[in-house]
Write a protein that binds this ligand. Structure first.
Ligand code: UDX
Length: 425
């Protein structure tokens, strides 16, 4: 099939590359000329495992353009994969979505617009109305949310747990099903509002699990239990399952913070206070800040102390620092008067952090530090020679914000080690 993808970000590029790999003929359109030029030269503007290979392998079936006409020409499906960042009020900003909708030209044959961007419930209705107003009855609309996680997006797209298609017209849903032929997964077809809600509710549930285990971790600290064991014990219950029960210093990224806020706001705008979700968001904010207290417990005041932040990306396997806990942590520590060094294998700390010394290796960041925080569980940190690291530090204080290291081993190297929700020494 001929497919157009609007938006060459994480979601758009992965969607385009994976559909081309299924044999479809794909044109990816973005407004950023530099980005399109780079893609045409064969450069990949983002770090996403397997994406570069996929783009390369399907070069013949992939084109990149800034031109709407070129993208739409002959297309049977038009994916919308543009950003929907939060506005000042926490609602999703749909400006980029509306721009795409308003740019769609009149077409002779049936074209199905498939919404991949995460949008509030009711957006599909509003888009349908706008298309009808413009006399674009030939343009169908479906909600086809994505559930891909960064770092594993290509794999997640190719091996999804389910494909959700919310449609006004069953024939449009069938087009999307056909487009995914070759991918083994149950297909959930439903109305557009429900498809939009499935995406928001899935993310809300996942963040609820994270904040839940983080609160359990905090109570473990107060009572002397170990959350790693507790999570294992909970997760083996088949009704609960093991996923998203890793306690840490909070969730970040391009989706969870934005989408949970958007659902909270959507509920509030509809006259309902989503109390559970409000608490989940609040717990996450507090969780990032608790690290400061942990450092202070070992160092006293952190004014003038040097703190090393190990890992800056919101999770390993990505260079993405959107809403990363590292940003809040760095700002809080700076406000308390600490001097900060930081290391990340791929995220560009310089672009996001002012007044932070960016080091070329974890050991370099630890040089002369009074304390260190593992912010992102990069596998590289498991390879660090902690005896050597300790000898370079001024004080051997380590807060393991992701519970990735063995407390006993670190203590054997003379560290004052603190994890999240693990009994203190
Ligand atoms: C997420 C969803 O997984 C995906 O389905 C959705 O489409 C977009 O949002 P992503 O943001 O890429 O994907 O990352 P994910 O791996 O889900 O992690 C998000 C954040 O939660 C990270 O900051 C991670 O560190 C944190 N997290 C995750 C925890 O703190 N504990 C966990 O148990 C799991």
């Amino acid at each position: 099939m001929r497919v157009a993808v609007f938006g060459a970000g994480y979601v758009g590029l992965v969607t385009g590359a994976c559909l081309a790999d299924l044999g479809h003929d794909v044109v990816v359109r973005d407004i950023l000329e530099e980005r399109i030029d780079a893609l045409r030269r064969g450069e990949v503007p983002i770090h996403e495992q397997g994406l570069a290979e996929l783009l390369e392998r399907n070069r013949e079936r992939l084109r990149f353009t800034t031109d709407v006409g070129e993208a739409i020409d002959g297309a049977e499906v038009v994916f919308v994969a543009v950003g929907t960042p939060p506005t000042a009020s926490g609602d999703a900003d749909l400006t980029a979505v509306w721009t795409v909708v308003d740019e769609l030209p009149k077409v002779e044959h049936r074209v199905v617009v498939a919404m991949k961007s995460t949008v509030p419930v009711g957006t599909g209705d509003a888009v349908r109305h706008r298309l009808d107003e413009r006399g674009l009855e030939n343009v169908g609309y479906v909600s086809n949310p994505e559930f891909t996680a960064e770092g594993t997006a290509v794999h997640d797209f190719q091996h999804p747990d389910r494909i959700v298609v919310g449609a006004f017209d069953p024939a449009d849903a069938e087009v999307i099903e056909r487009l995914h032929a070759g991918i083994e997964a149950p297909v959930i077809t439903c109305d557009v509002n429900s498809a939009e809600m499935i995406k928001l509710a899935a993310n809300a549930f996942l963040v609820t699990r994270i904040s839940f285990i983080n609160e359990i971790a905090n109570v473990c600290e107060a009572t002397g239990a170990d959350v790693v064991k507790v999570a294992e014990g909970i997760g083996l219950d088949h009704r609960l399952g093991p996923h998203f029960l890793r306690a840490g210093i909070g969730y970040g990224g391009s989706c969870f913070p934005k989408d949970s806020l958007a659902l909270k706001q959507l509920a509030a705008n509809s006259g309902y206070s989503f109390q559970l979700l409000n608490a989940v968001i609040e717990v996450n904010e507090l969780q990032k800040r608790r690290v400061v207290g942990k450092l202070e417990r070992h160092l006293g005041s952190i004014r003038g102390k040097k703190i090393a932040l190990l890992g800056l990306a919101f999770k390993p396997g990505t260079d993405d620092m959107r809403e990363a806990p590292s940003l809040v942590l760095a700002a809080r520590l700076q406000a308390e008067g600490a001097e900060i060094s930081a290391w990340d294998p791929i995220a560009n700390g310089r672009a996001h952090l002012d007044g932070v010394a960016i080091a070329g290796s974890a050991l370099e960041a630890l040089e002369g530090a009074d304390g260190a925080v593992i912010v992102t569980e990069w596998p590289e940190l498991g390879e660090v020679d902690w005896a050597e690291a300790g000898s370079r530090m001024r004080q051997r204080v380590l807060v393991d914000g992701r519970n990735m290291l063995d407390p006993e081993e670190l203590r054997a190297h003379g560290f004052e080690y603190e994890g999240i929700g693990r009994a203190a020494e």
